[in-house]
Design a protein around this ligand. Structure first.
Ligand code: SF4
Ligand code: SF4
Length: 454
């Protein structure tokens, strides 16, 4: 066997165990096998290590997928290393408990720093579109006042950690409240605060002049632009209040304006079974428009409503098949160096560790999905609901339905219990992502002769 991808060293050290005689062993729930084209891989979903096995080792490991087998068979099959690395575990091993303990220790070692690095700011909850799937539909349109924007600049100065503050403009449609963004950025600029920003927008209000201002004055580095596939789907789903002024063609121009300024644009294409069928032509069009622009990338996001339906399998499988096509068309985001690590937090809402969400009234929330949430504080008064704040900062218990899931380390105990966006097809999504990761690793690893041998 050889190491195809090294794992997270700290996690490996924490979980390694000497195999014990007299015990019986089985395949760990966190060992994910993958066979393809005559090659045999084993991924550990906790350490993220990937091993490549010989056909004989694969056959030997496969025997441990059934009833637990004695220690002697480990020795005889040359699989002691796999037991040390916890691909094979004792028959009565409580793996979810082991995972929770490792997570606790790593979180403790990681420590908590005061203050924030990220600020998700809703300058307004108003929007010039009325997307058919909007989860904020029905929320009153509220826009931040000048006094609140001024106080927010103070709040950022008082609470930011060292290094640049990362502002994320969210809404509603943040570009429907440009004066608010201008006011906050100018105040930070005057005080010499180091900051960069990103934005989640429909881009219909973005103009070339505004893109230049965003780059220079708002320090905009990245924009996530939501699309809905083919032109006809876009019009039917976005339902702009003024479709003659705000429309698909204008958004294409806006994307180009941003990308030409080297602002990264991530096109989030919301899909369900209906618009998926017209996606081929749309992807060709996007490749013709933006394929050569390194700043533009595209990904498919199954709509929450579609993902939670009774049979989401065809949708998710088609989405993953199309991801290969998106890569082939040069529209996927360039993969960075993906250093394996155990995910300590799921998102900004998990523990309120790094970021806060700020509503137009200056109220503080854990998560950007405001509907149904209570604020835990405000930029004026700090923590106003101590119990809610403490609860949001406490680690979540592992949900009983996640205790036997191989993908728990990807999700952390938070996802199912703390995320309003949790979808019932979570396990299928995690499995498809894992299989894709291994497929890509195999493609990239074809000529890798430098990997370690065990
Ligand atoms: S949320 Fe779903 S995918 Fe994640 S650990 Fe739980 S069951 Fe598994
Ligand atoms: S929707 Fe879920 S993932 Fe997103 S911030 Fe809220 S809790 Fe986190």
């Amino acid at each position: 066997m050889r190491i195809l991808r090294a794992g997270a060293n700290a996690v490996e050290t924490l979980i390694a165990q000497k195999p014990q005689a007299q015990r019986r062993y089985r395949l760990s729930r966190y060992a994910w096998p993958h066979a393809e084209g005559g090659r045999f891989l084993l991924l550990h979903t906790m350490t993220r290590e990937v091993l490549e096995l010989t056909a004989a080792e694969w056959a030997a490991v496969s025997r441990f997928r059934g009833d637990p087998l004695p220690f002697e068979l480990l020795v005889h099959s040359g699989l002691l290393t796999l037991a040390e690395k916890r691909y094979l575990v004792e028959e009565d091993c409580d793996e979810a408990r082991g995972y929770a303990l490792a997570l606790f220790l790593l979180n403790t070692m990681h420590g908590r720093k005061p203050g924030y690095t990220g600020y998700t700011i809703l300058p307004t909850t108003g929007c010039n579109a009325r997307c058919v799937y909007c989860y904020e539909a029905g929320m009153a349109a509220r826009t931040m006042t000048e006094a609140t924007a001024d106080r927010l600049a103070d709040f950022i100065c008082e609470t930011k950690r060292e290094g640049p503050a990362k502002l994320r403009w969210f809404g509603g449609e943040p570009l429907a409240a440009v004066p608010v963004i201008r006011r906050i950025c100018s105040a930070l600029e005057r005080r010499g605060v180091d900051f960069v920003s990103g934005m989640v927008t429909n881009a219909s209000l973005m103009t070339p002049a505004l893109a230049r201002e965003a780059k220079e004055r708002w320090h905009l580095r990245e924009a996530q632009v939501s699309l809905d596939g083919a032109r006809e789907d876009y019009a039917a789903r976005k339902r702009y209040a003024q479709p003659d002024r705000h429309n698909y063609d204008g958004v294409m121009l806006a994307i180009r304006s941003l990308a030409e300024l080297d602002i990264r644009v991530r096109l989030r294409v919301n899909v369900d079974m209906d618009n998926l069928s017209r996606l081929d032509g749309f992807l060709e069009e996007m490749a013709a428009e933006f394929g050569g622009m390194h700043a533009v990338s595209l990904y498919l996001a199954p709509l929450f409503q579609a993902q939670s339906g009774t049979d989401s399998a065809p949708l998710l499988e088609t989405v993953f098949a199309l991801r290969d096509r998106i890569r082939a068309l040069g529209l996927a985001r360039a993969e960075g160096e993906n250093k394996p690590t155990l995910r300590l937090r799921y998102c900004m809402a998990d523990g309120l560790e790094d970021s806060v969400v700020i509503s137009p009234e200056g109220l503080l929330y854990a998560c950007e999905h405001l509907p149904g949430q209570r604020p835990w504080g405000s930029i004026f008064d700090g923590v106003t609901d101590g119990a809610l704040y403490a609860a949001a900062r406490s680690p979540r218990e592992i949900d009983p339905q996640c205790a036997d899931c191989p993908f728990l380390p990807r999700c952390t105990p938070f996802y199912r219990r703390g995320c309003p966006d949790w979808s019932a097809s979570c396990r299928m999504w995690a499995q498809l992502e894992t299989e894709e990761e291994l497929r890509l690793l195999l493609r990239g690893a074809e000529a890798d002769d430098d990997a370690g041998v065990l």
